[in-house]
Design a protein around this ligand. Sequence first.
Ligand code: ADP
Ligand code: MG
Length: 296
Amino acid sequence: ATPTALMVGTGRGAQLGILIKGPEVLESTRAVDTIVLDKTGTVTTGVMTLTEVHVAEGEDEQTVLRLAGALEHASEHPIARAVATAAAERTGGPLPVPEDFANVPGLGVQGVVEGHAVLVGREKLLNEWTQFLPAALAAAKAAAEAKGRTAVAVGWDGAARGILVVADAVKPTSAEAVTRLRALGLTPMLLTGDNEAVARAVAEEVGISADHVIAEVMPEDKLAVIKRLQAEGRSVAMVGDGVNDAAALAQADLGLAMGTGTDAAIEAGDLTLVRGDLRVAADAIRLSRRTLGTIK
Ligand code: ADP
Ligand code: MG
């Protein structure tokens, strides 16, 4: 590849809304055969809204929302924003300030609110604190997940108290993006920390096959997933937006960051999709292949 031809490729990239770290990046696209897509914020909008609240027997919705909302107010996670915003609205007042707060990456949040030791997050997080969902809450959670929604559990002082359901819409461009990536001969895969049922529902909506869904992956394990695919002999592109995607983006043969995502992801990626439109991932790969092709 001559430097001039590569520079032409990068210039055209800028017009399409692709920022390329350096001309040498184009070279990595040649062999890429697999493209791993992060779910939240990449395939989906990442903007969540609270759609359902289910409480355990004897518990009231206001208390569940107030305590969960107070903790989530201290977190930047998209689920946390949805919960905190809805809690403030529906309880009609400012949320209490937690006396203690900790983020548990990939699992949720925990802390102390109004003297109660509160947890909000994956069922797994509650189980670690020996809190278990009563049958009615487990059923509500399963029903929500079957619809592709994320259900997080709320518990305090030793008992599970509620389920909060948040919905995140698939971006209108994602299904077309998957079709275009396939047309380039790539195998699309979905990678997420979210629950398996949710991941499958989203995969189905965009046309990724169920056996290419990798769910319930802890943030630090996303990197290991990329390494495993590479060890299988695949050349892997990864598209992501989150802090938890940064290591995986750096490990991938080609890392594509959503321009709408975090600085950590953008720094780790080789390319940035400025507008956060996944279809541009296909454009980027086609453009660089074409650039390389013309200069052989
Ligand atoms: P993703 O890979 O989809 O971006 P994360 O790794 O950030 O997801 O989180 C994985 C799962 O952990 C979420 O689907 C959610 O169930 C739970 N979780 C993480 N952070 C929070 C939070 N602040 N509040 C509630 N649940 C959370
Ligand atoms: Mg994400």
